[in-house]
Design a protein around this ligand. Structure first.
Ligand code: HSE
Length: 297
């Protein structure tokens, strides 16, 4: 018995929702094959595309699956094959895709004993291994699709949010690696009341915009004065890219997860493709290798 799954890339934070907001990209992701074995243990049998640990205790997919199996108290082993298309350290949820894809497939093969929130909590164990912090803003949208909001971490409560029909994401991934662990370590641990007020105003407005299909409000809400000023320093030409996105009519622009990938939200395919072309021209001259994607959510 085996299952093939598409394990999607995700954009976490979306500027106004550090650690609580994320969305799923419907055309960028890994492929995984998960099958039962008779060995009573989880094995990572093959990884193509990237050089990652095959030891299940050192691999985010293995750790997430073992958390699930421990909770269920079943004696069942699984073999996991991963075709990694998302590069680790990219900022589009590479580790989350593996953790989420693995627990999703294992849960299916076991007859769906767990609900989505429980799967998110198991996949978060993979995030803990990868970054030293069990955030859910990549694994939740990877498992639930669309936009997700983490209302609470303890107890875990994750909400699925609506996706306005015309929304598109442009992702630029400069091929430099920024480890989430490192880019978390540079963030200040305290926030001024003024910044907090601005941030929760924007996050609330963003959620409202998703429900009312208000693209202008959605764009105005994509603001981050807490984390972006610190992390954007690590991303080559961040400011120029932001201005370029504004000039091209993007709704908003910011860091995808912990970077170095950046995202822009656009209304409609035409605007998204136009921005993609402009970024291609601009970044093409900078001597940095990169990947560019346009995706639905
Ligand atoms: N919310 C997390 C962070 C996402 O920004 O560190 C990591 O991809």
């Amino acid at each position: 018995e085996e299952l093939r799954v598409f394990a999607p890339a995700t954009v976490a934070n979306l500027s106004c929702g550090f650690d609580v907001l994320g969305c799923c990209l419907d055309s960028v992701g890994d492929e995984m094959i998960v099958r039962k074995n008779d060995l009573n243990k989880t094995r990572i049998t093959k990884i193509t595309g990237q050089d990652l640990p095959l030891d299940a205790d050192q691999n985010v997919a293995g750790v997430a699956v073992n958390a699930l199996l421990k909770d269920l108290e079943v004696q069942q082993g699984f073999d996991i094959e991963i075709n990694k298309r998302i590069k680790p350290g990219s900022g589009i949820g590479s580790s989350a895709a593996s953790s989420a894809g693995a627990v999703f497939a294992v849960n299916k093969l076991l007859g769906d004993p767990f609900d989505k929130t429980q799967l998110v909590s198991f996949a978060m164990k993979g995030e803990l291994l990868a970054s030293g912090n069990a955030h859910a803003d990549n694994v939740a949208p990877a498992l639930m699709g669309g936009f997700s909001l983490v209302r609470s971490y303890c107890p875990l409560e994750v909400l699925a949010l609506p996706v306005p029909e015309d929304l598109r994401v442009v992702i630029l991934h400069p091929l430099i690696e920024i480890k989430t662990r490192d880019s978390r370590s540079i963030i200040k641990q305290t926030v001024s009341l003024k910044s907090a007020i601005n941030q929760w105003g924007n996050l609330a407005a963003f959620i409202s915009a998703l429900y009312t299909n208000d693209y202008d409000l959605l764009g105005r809400s994509l603001v981050d004065e807490i984390v972006e000023p610190v992390r954007s320093i690590l991303i080559p030409y961040f400011r120029e890219l932001k201005l370029l996105s504004q000039d091209c009519g993007a709704l908003g622009f910011g860091i995808s997860g912990s970077g170095p990938a950046v995202y822009a939200l656009c209304r409609g395919d035409e605007n998204a493709q136009k921005l993609k072309e402009e970024i291609n021209i601009f970044y093409g001259k900078k001597g940095i290798d990169f990947e560019l994607h346009v995706s639905k959510i």
